[in-house]
Ligand binder design. Structure first.
Ligand code: BG6
Length: 467
């Protein structure tokens, strides 16, 4: 369409992974255990000691990314490779590994976009109370300092905490966020942990600006606009409240350093307002992100509901999130679902981008978006036209959002290559690159280019014009 604006010349096309889901080798080269390494795995899912074995295949993988024309690669650093106990001694082999990952990216002119923390709390720190412990703020700041010292000369883009909102809303499903036994007020404990993470993030942003003045840093929550189930005024209020609880709390804190008033009211109602340590308020006010990273898979829809609403025990990042006393998650009858029951809503993506931008006016980068599906490898090929259709529909909406005046810096779908999902194994595949392995047994680990690989290559080569 002639009337659409073009993607900026330096638009960061790429894709994402996270350490615990892609690397494997979780006991090699001095790595300490993270909460993911010690959790009970959901039945029938691949163990995390191999995953896509990216730890040993990263050179080949980055070369394939370069072949697709990636301008950026979003990956996370495993805290426990750098500091096996979370604090204390630095593991030089971990530093060497990520130095090589970063240098390999740069060799291919791929900007590393580094997530500092993606669902993998060091187990040694979990045993000290995890994010419940007020010292967790210092643990994270110390880890951030080690990262900036070692990699800050080359990494220009940093992301703090992946999906802090999902850790808070569905932590146990993701295999993390421990609530100490005997906790009476779980909401209070959860939001105290959340508060520590927010302060930790703020301190990391300030430190980044001090130690690496030319680098940029931002948060990476999962932002899904919440729709009201109807135009009933009660549903509108419920959607506003759940938008605040699910989304805006995290961005208001990162950008403005203050609690969203609707969330504060929710916390007051639950006798769950967090305690502030001396200096927290100042740290939150001092920190500023340079951009907003966000993950988007689909929207959510809610109707007003009372205290009798139960939390869905199968709720995950993208479905069934209800809030007793506030709202109940309902299906959106206008949308179709993926094979794994996640709704598909490209237009909601544009609405989400518009809304974030109108609230914060910062440049934005999509740090995840994508389709999990059962892919089939046949004669060395994977015909994933459904993934191409999903991504095409979403990239079109990025173009429309840019035309709306939203400042978009980049697009990094999930995931660069197949990896283990949070709770549904490696049978739920997201990658452009197929990895030969399964939940049942470790395979050859050979890499295959899916149809979406060739398609994305063309998209990048045309800077988003040829979809
Ligand atoms: C996001 C996470 O919630 O969604 C990723 O940041 C995750 O770690 C991705 O893998 C897809 O979710 P799932 O549950 O299908 O793995």
């Amino acid at each position: 369409d002639q009337n659409l604006k073009k993607f900026p010349k330096d638009f960061l096309w790429g894709a994402s992974t996270s350490a615990y889901q892609v690397e494997g080798a979780n006991h090699e080269d001095g790595k300490g255990d993270s909460c993911q390494d010690v959790k009970e795995l959901p039945k029938g899912t691949a163990p995390l000691d191999v995953c896509a074995d990216h730890y040993h295949h990263y050179r080949e993988d980055i070369q394939l990314m370069a072949e697709m024309g990636f301008k950026t690669y979003r990956f996370s650093i495993a805290w426990t490779r750098i500091l096996p106990n979370g604090i204390g001694d630095v593991n030089q082999k971990g530093i060497d590994h990520y130095n090589d990952v970063i240098n390999t990216c740069l060799q291919y002119n791929i900007e590393p976009l580094v997530t500092m923390f993606h669902f993998d709390m060091p187990n040694a720190l979990d045993e000290k109370g995890s994010w419940s412990n007020p010292e967790s703020v210092d643990w994270f700041e110390n880890y951030a300092r080690v990262l900036f010292e070692n990699f800050g000369d080359r990494v220009k883009y940093w992301l703090t905490i992946n999906e802090q909102n999902m850790l808070t809303l569905v932590g146990p499903m993701i295999g993390t966020l421990r609530i100490p036994e005997g906790t009476k007020n779980v909401v209070k404990e959860t939001y105290q942990q959340n508060h520590h993470m927010l302060v930790a993030q703020a301190k990391a942003m300030v430190l980044c600006h001090q130690m690496c003045p030319s680098a940029k840093i931002g948060p990476a929550p999962n932002i899904s606009l919440v729709y009201p189930a109807s135009c009933k005024p009660e549903d509108i209020l419920a959607a506003q409240e759940f938008n605040a609880i699910r989304n805006w709390l995290y961005l208001d804190m990162a950008v403005y350093g203050r609690y969203n008033n609707l969330v504060w009211r929710y916390l007051e109602e639950h006798d769950a307002t967090p305690s502030f340590a001396p200096g927290d308020k100042e740290a939150l006010a001092e920190a500023h992100p340079d951009f907003i990273g966000f993950n988007y898979y689909n929207t959510a829809t809610v109707k007003r509901a009372g205290l009798d609403v139960k939390k869905d025990e199968h709720a995950d990042q993208q479905k069934g999130l209800s809030e007793p006393g506030y709202c109940e998650a309902v299906d959106n009858p206008n949308l179709v679902k993926t094979q794994f029951g996640w709704e598909i809503d490209p237009l909601g993506f544009r609405a989400t981008m518009r809304e974030i931008y109108s609230r914060y006016h910062l440049p934005m980068i999509v740090t995840e978006n994508g389709l999990g599906a059962y892919d089939k490898l046949e004669d060395g090929k994977v015909h994933d036209d459904y993934r191409i259709a999903y991504l095409k529909a979403h990239i079109e909406q990025v173009k429309l959002a840019i035309t709306d005046g939203v400042e978009m810096m980049g697009y990094c779908p999930w995931s660069a290559l197949d990896l283990v999902s949070t709770h549904e194994g490696i049978r739920k595949r997201y990658g452009f690159i197929y990895v030969d392995t399964s939940d049942e047994e470790v395979g050859s680990l050979k890499r295959y280019r899916k149809d979406s690989f060739y398609w994305y290559k063309k998209v990048i080569a045309s800077n988003g014009e040829d979809l």
